[in-house]
Design a protein around this ligand. Structure first.
Ligand code: KIV
Length: 278
């Protein structure tokens, strides 16, 4: 029996080797059908805890649970075969101790089949990142704007304008890279800071509202295709307006039903073939 681990998925070492090379293409996904659509085009699918806001209508990501992340993670793994799938550890499932983070990550890895986990945090999470990495759990870091810390940060504004804040985020990125993260999301930081982080650490940076200088880019898919939010954040480029398409489809369906144009004869089951008398 071959001992080689056979998978056509982009591997974690392959992602790490993209530092300074062809940019890593990443999008979020929460469901099997969306994963099937995105998988041929991306290197990494992130099952983000943004699922709480995008699919569940929550105000922030804090109420998202580990069970929710596992259910969505497994759905995305089922719908993909090429991209590496990374699942967010939700708020409260990893901050307490490296051991707690390991238990949560082990469940994610075993119950979803994902390639790794993502967690938010800087220097204070370095010990945890190292603990997981040493035990075979690939970790994607997340520095800069950390949505799970929205209350202490006081909102979602871009980070790193003030020199002290920029310096702290630089130190966070260095600590997480040093601890063994295979790559790092840099969210909502001013461009010079994202550029400086990317230059100074040895693992790829994946930017969201960060900078084209990052080693890759990630966006929330529903932002990209016009299915979430009344307005488009500055850092998002809309590539489709599916919200408008859904509204139009629902309007046409409603009119057809009210006017008895749907269902038509082509949508109806007939009486079926008659039984031959014997
Ligand atoms: O939860 C999420 O979707 C994320 C991305 C926006 C990076 O963390």
């Amino acid at each position: 029996m071959s001992t080689e681990h056979r998978s056509s998925r982009t591997s974690i070492p392959e992602l790490s080797q993209r530092k300074g090379g062809t940019p890593i293409v990443a999008l979020t996904a929460y469901s099997t059908p969306m994963a099937q659509l995105l998988d041929p085009h991306v290197d990494l699918l992130l099952v983000g805890d943004s699922v709480g806001m995008v699919l569940y209508g929550l105000d922030d990501t804090l109420p998202v649970t580990l069970d929710m992340m596992i259910a969505h993670g497994a759905a995305v793994v089922r719908g993909s075969k090429r991209a590496a799938v990374i699942v967010d550890l939700p708020f409260g499932s990893y901050q307490e101790s490296p051991q707690q983070a390991f238990r949560a990550s082990a469940r994610v890895m075993a119950e979803t089949g994902a390639s790794g986990v993502k967690l938010e945090g800087g220097r204070e999470m370095a010990e945890t990142v190292n603990f997981l990495a040493q035990r075979g759990i690939p970790v994607l870091g997340h520095v800069g704007l950390k949505p799970q810390s929205v209350h202490s940060l006081g909102g979602y504004r871009a980070r790193g304008r003030a020199e002290r804040e920029a310096e702290a985020i630089m130190n966070d990125a260095a600590a997480i890279a040093e601890a063994g993260a295979f790559a790092m999301v840099v969210e909502g930081t001013v461009e010079p800071l994202a550029r400086a982080i990317t230059k100074s650490i040895s693992v790829p940076t994946i930017g969201i509202g960060a900078s084209p200088a990052c080693d890759g880019q990630i966006l929330v898919t529903e932002d990209v295709i016009g299915l979430f939010g009344a307005f488009t954040p500055k850092f998002v480029k809309r590539y489709a307006e599916l919200g408008e398409a859904v509204t139009e489809a629902a309007q046409r369906y409603a009119e057809d039903v009210r006017e008895r144009r749907f269902p038509g004869p082509e949508h109806c089951f007939g009486a079926g073939p008659r039984k031959q008398a014997s």
